[in-house]
Design a protein. Structure first.
Length: 330
């Protein structure tokens, strides 16, 4: 009887995952490059101008603003749900994996400029996608054409980002989990290793990798897959139980979008376990090596994978709404 119940439970879980996958695979329909060409022809320039101003004074926001697009798309699709406030702190942005996100005020600033020029036309979901591209460009990264036409969702739940099956990817994920969670959203293993390259800009709290330095298996040991010299350097920066200090994901060029992240990972200096995990798969490891060579296609590939991610679970046509303010439904 117990076996039968367990089998039924597994079956139901598989059906739930399949249902989500089918939903997410109808993505991208209704999106197109230049969606606002006629209705708000200067929309993309307005976004770009604001981001140029922001990056000139606060370049450290590039990583968080790029990551915001990931966190939005991976939960309920790219619908701006990560932006929604909740008086009872029960929306996505208050879930533990999202507490380190920054730059919501920048999204609000962009929205304000767009509402002034073209009221009620440009969605917050599109703003997040355009901002991700523009902060990449402003940190010397690639330009890609962003498909637009997304509409904003009205639902944002605290429980979604922390769902063990469909939630956000943990920084401690192994390669199997990483591949599964990307596949669940219709993304390939190549998308996984390419989008991981976004860690070339940004920072991470010491708490995200503390166990690798001080207590990897619960015996006061270090992670044997990490370069011991790198561990020694990180220990100088991050003491046990340090809740506030930030470390560079790509030391030396964390404000510049380049391929040095891949060089670090191949030298066993990936900061997070999810970075180091890319060495544990034949396809992802091959890409790491290719991305550090003269024939690297990383910049081109990053744009392609960002477009792929930007199609996840989008609302288009008459679905959803165009929020007047990004932090609350109309």
């Amino acid at each position: 009887m117990t076996t039968s119940k367990n089998s039924f439970g597994v079956f139901m879980l598989q059906m739930m995952v399949l249902s989500l996958l089918i939903t997410l695979q109808a993505e991208g329909q209704g999106l197109k490059v230049g969606f606002y060409e006629k209705t708000c022809p200067h929309a993309e320039k307005i976004v770009s101008d604001v981001i140029k101003e922001v990056m000139a004074v606060a370049p450290s926001l590039s990583g968080p603003l790029l990551r915001m697009h990931f966190h939005d798309c991976f939960i309920r699709g790219c619908d701006g749900s990560v932006l929604l406030d909740s008086p009872t702190r029960q929306s996505e942005k208050y879930a533990p994996p999202n507490l380190s996100l920054r730059g919501f005020n920048i999204i609000d600033r962009v929205k304000l400029a767009l509402e002034k020029a073209c009221p009620g036309l440009v969605s917050c979901a599109d703003i997040v996608a355009l901002v991700a591209r523009d902060v990449t460009v402003e940190t010397k990264g690639p330009f890609w054409e962003v498909e637009t036409g997304r509409r904003d969702g009205k639902v944002s739940l605290f429980s979604d980002p922390i769902n063990p099956v469909t939630g956000l990817i943990s920084f401690a994920s192994n390669i199997t989990t990483l591949k599964q969670k990307f596949a669940l959203r219709g993304l390939s293993t190549k998308d996984l290793v390419v989008l991981s390259g976004g860690h070339t800009i940004g920072m991470s709290h010491c708490t995200s990798f503390e166990s690798r330095l001080y207590n990897f298996t619960g015996k006061g040991d270090t992670d044997p897959t990490m370069d011991p010299n790198y561990i020694a350097r990180l220990k100088l920066k991050c003491k046990p139980n340090d809740q506030t200090t930030l470390a560079e994901l790509d030391p030396g060029s964390f404000k510049t979008f380049d391929d040095s992240y891949y060089k670090l990972v191949t030298k066993r200096r990936g900061l997070l376990e999810s970075d180091a995990a890319l060495l544990n798969d034949r396809e992802t490891k091959a890409y790491l090596v290719q991305a550090t060579s003269h024939g690297s296609t990383f910049f081109k590939d990053f744009g392609v994978s960002m477009v792929n991610m930007g199609r996840i679970g989008v609302l288009t046509g008459s679905q959803g709404e165009i929020r007047k303010v990004c932090s609350k439904a109309n």
